[in-house]
Design a protein around this ligand. Structure first.
Ligand code: SF4
Length: 297
């Protein structure tokens, strides 16, 4: 949950998740819809889907116990090198290294390394360094210490060098702001048009696919099949390297046109999983539509 997401955002989700799914069995037997609903608002839904798939594998193939070796962990869905290292060392105290953004910053400054950390081969060197620095015991404590030092002392801005336990060996402390060297990645702008089509007090929604599988969505405006009657608003959000401007408006199908999907009343939209941007559309619609007979279902 904490990947790409701040701690304060995650806490209520984490508590609710543990209450809904206190063990692998509960998660494995839950429907995908309810798992996505529990995750709704956190974004990057592949994490929820992978956890769900993982729970089924743990129950079916590992008798309900997460394996502890890096090799076995890396074969499981959603578990990459960092997560495998974190689970193996923090949960099982196995000899495994890990590198995250905090460790990269810490190492860059400690060794005054100006190599561009946007390049995978540089990150690979950090992994080798992390392996070399592993102690003979207390692997979890060691890894946690590196991450916490990066998160709390060797912070991106205004690192607290005067109280840092590594200041006597740090080669970058005179100009910590120079490290790490990151290549700037420009975000690309994209625009989308989303069609809100009503019939008999219900909205047309379609099922998502790919990263939006399991969700319901308002359809994308298709000028071949639809008429754009009125713009209702716009929502901006970021996704990976894109800044997306989503314009939504009242639409209708052209004569003899339709599309697959379901007609769903507004109230029901609160009970089904929607991507965050589409949830914002529903919330923005609610007040005017509540004063309108169209929304009374
Ligand atoms: S001395 Fe300063 S720059 Fe060096 S590791 Fe410690 S906090 Fe980071």
């Amino acid at each position: 949950m904490l990947q790409q997401t701040q701690v304060k955002t995650v806490i209520p989700y984490f508590n609710r998740w543990l209450s809904d799914y206190p063990d692998w069995n509960k998660l494995a037997s839950a429907s995908e819809q309810s798992v996505l609903k529990s995750w709704e608002g956190l974004g990057y839904y592949s994490r929820a889907r992978n956890l769900h798939r993982l729970a089924k594998i743990i129950v079916e193939e590992f008798e309900g116990e997460l394996p502890s070796s890096i090799e076995a962990l890396l074969k499981l869905p959603g578990i990459g090198r960092y997560t495998a290292g974190a689970i193996a060392s923090l949960a099982f105290n196995r000899s495994a290294s890990l590198v995250d953004g905090n460790v990269i910053r810490l190492f860059s400054r400690l060794y005054a390394c100006r190599d561009n950390v946007a390049h995978p081969h540089i990150i690979e060197q950090f992994w080798q360094l992390a392996d070399n620095l592993l102690p003979k015991k207390d692997f979890g404590i060691h890894n946690e210490s590196l991450m916490e030092l990066g998160a709390l002392i060797c912070t991106p801005n205004n690192p607290q060098c005067t109280i840092c336990p590594l200041q006597s060996i740090c080669q970058g402390k005179k100009s910590p702001e120079l490290y790490p060297n990151k290549e700037r990645v420009q975000s690309e702008k994209r625009t989308e048009k989303i069609a809100l089509i009503q019939k008999n007090n219900k909205f047309k929604l379609i099922q998502g696919s790919g990263r939006q599988q399991g969700f319901w969505l308002f359809p994308t405006f298709d000028p071949q099949r639809m008429i754009w009657n009125k713009s209702l608003g716009k929502i901006k959000y970021g996704f990976t390297k894109y800044t997306i401007e989503m314009n939504y408006g009242e639409c209708e199908f052209k004569a003899n046109q339709s599309m697959t999907g379901n007609w769903i009343p507004l109230k029901r939209l609160h009970a089904i999983p929607l991507p965050q941007a589409h949830r914002k559309i529903v919330n923005s619609l609610e007040r005017p539509l509540n004063q309108n007979p169209v929304s009374s279902n």
